[in-house]
Write a protein that binds this ligand. Sequence first.
Ligand SMILES: CC(=O)Nc1ccn([C@@H]2O[C@H](CO)[C@@H](O)[C@H]2O)c(=O)n1
Length: 101
Amino acid sequence: MKNITFYRRFETDILAGRKTITLREASDADFVAGDQVRVSRYEDDVYFCNIEVTGVTPVQFDDLNDTHAVQENMTLPELKQVISEIYPGLKELFMIEFRLI
Ligand SMILES: CC(=O)Nc1ccn([C@@H]2O[C@H](CO)[C@@H](O)[C@H]2O)c(=O)n1
């Protein structure tokens, strides 16, 4: 089974179904719809759930909108700030949509 990690501060939102996408750089977006993926925390690799990927779509940083923010359980300025910290200067992102399984 493939694996993906999330920063631990997002674990609660993911488990509650409040965060249903993640925006990643290309090297971290090697998934296709239907993939079942093991999810663990980035900091300590502790497993916390499995997800099914429901879609992978390229998205430009400048095209991020309120729908993306809602799917991340953030405001749009918060989301842009978070992404700018994780991927400084990166314009081409990939939206990985998922659901808990
Ligand atoms: C090693 C590494 O890059 N790990 C990442 C990368 C991203 N993300 C989250 O995805 C969304 C958009 O980027 C935001 O909620 C991010 O915090 C994450 O949890 N863990």
